[in-house]
Design a binder for this molecule. Structure first.
Ligand code: NAD
Ligand code: USQ
Length: 388
């Protein structure tokens, strides 16, 4: 297959590109290195230094013998997007190329508007270019479980069968997201569903939970192939942050009571799920939604699991309940369906003690490079900040 990975320099995009390349698919990557610019703006860096993408691609060729084509450019530049899609003619497009951080999007007006412009315009350009040059290709788009928010009813996989005043219909599940970032994904989903309906496009929206983990089968082959792992307050996701905090003996930063419950998955399962979606494409006209996570945990449960893992590895750590910088429910009902990927053959890598210990030990190898100044949250959801 010809697989185009948008956002292929990122935490998830780079391991995904190597995975498809390793199994013999023809792979091209698009990235404009925006993430590296945001890191500079925020004064943060990944746990291990990440070489330029050109070098990672050369190293991959040396190790695997396989080429990955590299196309540097901005998805918001429609001429660039049309050119990439016209020339590469993908069978599948895996779209990771967006601003992924809720705190970044809540920083001020500039980052909120940037997040929505970047994410929504980039996706619109991809949809229009697909319609023009590869209308039969399958769009596999990374959405997020946070699109649904935390409703007081079970969360279905994208669609809801509804009965109202005696009539029935199938509607997109009502969304109540918790940040301008999560909202950008809601708007993307609505735009993609619309193009499936009016242009007969084929798309799978992967509403992914919070990802954890640092290694995949390919990232471990050489230090140049590692993926960018963040633990800071802006781009670090919760379990990745807790592992680093424990490794340096810093109290774990649970926001508020810690009853916030989310779906989680190992980075290895992100890749497995995306491959399952690519290998089993949606039909023409079908806007398919899969909830992509393997287990539900509350933030406090995760913190307790990390404290126990650190203890097993000889480190004593405590839990701090910080005032919550976000506006979110800390105690709520949460039951999200997630069977469609399992039906396609997903075999989950669950968060066992052995997995936690292995991740903790990997993180410990990098402790000398950890910046202790980026543990406490700096971005508040409700405080008004001067615009830049
Ligand atoms: P990331 O920031 O590491 O990767 C995103 C990549 O996209 C970056 O390399 C960035 O430079 C690139 N990019 C952004 N805007 C672009 C543009 N306009 N043109 C070209 N390239 C652009 O993020 P990630 O954690 O790998 O997440 C990838 C995707 O998965 C995102 O869409 C994110 O919202 C989604 N997601 C991530 C998680 C998670 O826990 N990491 C969970 C659910 C969904
Ligand atoms: N949290 C803490 N302490 C921390 C960091 C986070 O208690 O130090 C809490 C947050 O308040 C929140 C939960 O942990 O309740 C998850 O926060 P997160 O930063 O790990 O995840 P989130 O902001 O939701 O975003 C991440 C990714 C995003 C993806 C999303 C999936 O950055 O790209 O879309 O997870 S989901 O949450 O399912 O929407």
């Amino acid at each position: 297959m010809r697989v185009l990975v948008l956002g292929g320099d990122g935490y998830l995009g780079w391991p995904t590109a190597m995975h498809f390349s390793a199994r013999g698919d023809e792979v091209a990557i698009v990235d404009n290195f925006a993430k590296r610019q945001w890191e500079l703006e925020e004064g943060i860096e990944p746990l291990a230094a990440i070489p330029p993408l050109h070098r990672r691609v050369r190293r991959w060729k040396e190790i695997s013998g396989n080429d990955i084509a590299l196309m540097v450019g901005d998805l918001c530049n429609h001429r660039f997007v049309y050119k990439v899609i016209r020339e590469f003619k993908p069978d599948a497009i895996v779209h990771y190329g967006e601003q992924p951080s809720a705190p970044y999007s809540m920083q001020d007006r500039t980052t909120a508007v940037y997040t929505q412009t970047n994410n929504i315009e980039g996706t619109m350009n991809v949809l229009f270019a697909m319609r023009a040059h590869c209308p039969d290709a399958h769009l596999v788009k990374l959405g997020t479980m946070g699109e649904y928010g935390t409703p007081n009813i079970d969360i279905e996989e994208g669609w809801l069968e509804l009965e109202h005043n005696g009539r029935k219909d199938r509607v997109l599940f009502p969304k109540r997201p918790g940040s301008f970032y999560h909202l950008s994904k809601v708007h993307d989903s609505a735009n993609i569903e619309f193009t499936c309906r009016i242009w007969d496009m084929r798309a799978t929206d992967l509403n992914q939970g919070v990802v954890y983990g640092i290694e995949t089968d390919q990232t471990v082959l050489h230090p140049d192939l590692e993926t960018s792992f963040h633990y800071d307050d802006v781009f670090g996701t919760v379990l990745n942050r807790f592992l680093v905090q424990a490794a340096i003996g810093c109290p774990l930063t649970v926001y508020g009571k810690g009853g916030q419950t989310r779906g989680f998955l190992n980075i290895k399962d992100t890749i497995q799920c995306v491959a399952l979606a690519v290998d089993n494409p949606a039909d023409r006209g079908d806007f398919r939604v899969f909830n992509q996570f393997t287990e539900q945990f509350s933030v406090l449960q995760l913190a307790e699991m990390v404290v126990a893992a650190a203890k097993r590895n000889g480190q004593d750590t405590q839990i701090d309940h910080l005032e919550n910088p976000r506006v979110e429910l800390e105690d709520h009902y949460y039951n999200a369906k997630h069977s469609k990927l399992v039906d396609l053959g997903l075999r989950p890598n669950l968060l066992t003690e052995a997995v936690l210990d292995a991740m903790y030990q990997t993180v410990c190898r990098h402790v000398d490079f950890v910046d202790r100044n980026v543990m406490n949250p700096r971005i508040q959801w409700s405080s008004e900040k001067a615009d830049r």
